[in-house]
Design a protein around this ligand. Structure first.
Ligand code: NZQ
Ligand code: ZN
Length: 393
């Protein structure tokens, strides 16, 4: 195992009706004027926003509101949020929604105290030195942004999707009420589940040896997702299954399952170009990319893929032919994604083969190579995308 530090300062408040306590937690974490940041309507429709404002009113905390965050959140709304926070002397941002909403809130949080253009952080031209505190009321189990220091934003001009990260962006508190996720359409639930599993796989495929504890934690999260996802798709009101998925989503990405080991993240890098270009859901893009990536790289460590096949997908180990076991595991992963309603190839995602050169170009790899479990060159990315074009179950 490699040396590591683990920093996860977020206070998590989990369970039924917990959103009614958000005023109390804003106060506890020092907020005296709040920006409530929310999405395109689900939090209004469900009455959640009213409960959040009532909770702030009960603590006499003034607030301003900015809604309209779209999935794959845009830079344009972040500029608006920065202006509003400065004008209104906001000192705390409360995100009410999913990963897009949280990431937009984080962009605003980093931008308010910064003299330059907040996009500098996403282009890696500047490092975040200061940020307003962020709290979240989560409405979808997916991105893990409620416990992460990351933020992913799309620049409207050119639809460039880029990420920024800092421990300063880790939420001060996150309110996780699984019942809030019961209004999610099945497709969004499945997209979220795919993202959660992908966050684990990005960590599971490692070149670090002797990492039994994190291997086993990863497998526990994956087995939970395999059991619970079909249950919530069948019965969206299954609170207990929703609860297991919600906590799985947080632990999949606050890095507790990934410490002390090298990680990959190339499937995420490739997917961000798909959701940047086509504005598709991140989880749907991952369902297309990740098994295709696995097919491209599995020979790098056949035994690790065979381990996944046996421990996660219940395959029988073929000791004469471990490669067959490894491939069976990948095939079961794709079949699972298909069964929960995810696209598994370009056509189902709405992607076009002729866009592959554009996707590679936007990835910006040039003649170089990526980091990760297997370092990828442009030709590898092309092959992964070609694997994805005609994938079948
Ligand atoms: O905007 P509203 O009306 O709320 O609708 C949303 C949106 O259409 C809807 N929704 C959310 N909660 C709902 C609901 N509908 C009904 N009932 C509810 N309870 O779901 C749709 C998707 O929401 P979004 O916030 O986009 O989903 P998600 O949490 O999957 O976030 C995706 C974004 O997170 C980024 C992705 O790239 C993508 O942009 N990621 C962020 C990460 C991070 N910050 O650490 C890591 C991830 O790997 C990921 O890249
Ligand atoms: Zn993700």
């Amino acid at each position: 195992m490699e040396n590591f530090t683990f920093y996860s300062p977020t206070e998590f408040i989990f369970g039924k009706d917990t959103e009614n306590e958000c005023g109390k937690y804003v106060k506890k974490h020092g907020g005296s004027k709040v920006l409530i940041h929310y999405g395109s309507g689900s939090a209004v429709k469900s009455g959640l926003l009213d409960r959040v404002t009532a909770s702030l009113d009960a603590e006499n905390i003034p607030y301003v509101m900015l809604g309209g965050v779209k999935p794959n959140p845009r830079d344009t709304l972040i500029y608006e949020g920065i202006e509003l926070c400065r004008k209104e002397n906001v000192d705390f941002i409360l995100s009410v929604g999913g990963g897009s909403c949280i990431d937009s809130a984080k962009g605003i949080a980093a931008g308010v105290p910064y003299d330059g253009d907040f996009w500098d952080f996403y282009e890696k031209k500047a490092v975040i030195q200061k940020a307003l505190p962020v709290g979240t009321v989560l409405t979808i189990a997916a991105a893990g942004s409620e416990g992460s220091g990351g933020s992913v934003v799309t620049k409207e001009d050119g639809m460039l999707k880029r990420d920024a990260g800092s421990d300063l962006l880790r939420p001060r508190f996150s309110i996780l009420n699984p019942a809030l996720t019961q209004t999610l359409p099945a497709y969004q639930t499945a997209c979220g589940a795919t993202d959660i599993m992908a966050h684990v796989f990005e960590r599971y495929f490692t070149n670090t040896k002797e990492v039994e504890i994190t291997d086993r934690l990863c497998e526990a999260v994956l087995l939970t997702m395999i059991k619970e996802t079909p249950r919530v798709i069948k019965n969206p009101d299954n609170y207990d299954a929703r609860a297991n998925i919600m906590w799985a989503g947080t632990v999949a990405h606050n890095d507790i399952v990934g410490v002390g080991r090298s990680q990959d993240w190339n499937s995420h890098g490739i997917e961000h170009e798909l959701s940047g270009l086509y504005d598709c859901a991140h989880g749907a893009g991952l369902a297309v990319v990740m098994p295709a990536w696995m097919e491209h790289v599995y020979t790098h460590d056949i035994m690790r893929f065979a381990q996944m096949a046996v421990r996660v997908w219940g395959c029988e180990m073929n000791f004469q032919n471990p490669e067959a076991t490894a491939l069976e595991g990948i095939s079961r992963f794709r079949k699972f994604l298909h069964e929960i309603g995810m696209p598994i190839n370009f056509e189902e995602l709405g992607a076009k083969t002729e866009d592959i050169p554009t996707l590679i170009d936007k990835f910006g790899i040039g003649d170089g190579e990526t980091w990760g479990f297997v370092r990828l060159k442009a030709s590898d990315i092309e092959q992964i995308l070609l694997n994805a074009v005609n994938a079948k179950v």
